[in-house]
Design a binder for this molecule. Sequence first.
Ligand SMILES: [Zn+2]
Length: 193
Amino acid sequence: MPSEFPDFRLGTVLATSFTGTLSERHGDSVERIPTPQRLVDWLAVSGLAVDSCTAAQLELARELRESIHAAATAAAIDGALPAPAVQVINDFSAQGRAAAILTPEGERQWRLNPASRVEDALGVIAADAISIIAGERDGKLALCASPTCRAAFFDTSQSRTRKWCDMNTCGNRQKKARFHANQRKSPRSAGSN
Ligand SMILES: [Zn+2]
């Protein structure tokens, strides 16, 4: 993989891994699919391999991504779902013609049509978003506690108390920030009280 592009943050949930291709939305945002080829790469590692992707298809992907982000964020805070975002998600889901295929090993794979691979892949992602926003799966949508991130993620922990979208990035940064804040605080707090 070309190293000039930011790495992917891959989670176990397709729809929120996809929204995670743009991170730090409330800080210095990081676009992890800056080129059509990077979307091809992301789809490949996400079980939705496509041959190629145009600039227009990348734009479609980003439109879906931001719509999922908006709807998932609303769902995470029990707010009303934004109608335009719902419309976009539904349109992509309806347009996709991917078929679920059972492999001899008992695993599910997606079969995409040669003529509409990117659109079919986006349809699978839209349907995945619908299933988590509709509460069909075991887990709960939540927002990352990092103020510069606020990514919507799907919390499948038993206690439903996960705080960060990603332990290795947001979680770690938050822990370090708290550590440094405590270090700064300690000389002062030693003198007072
Ligand atoms: Zn985060």
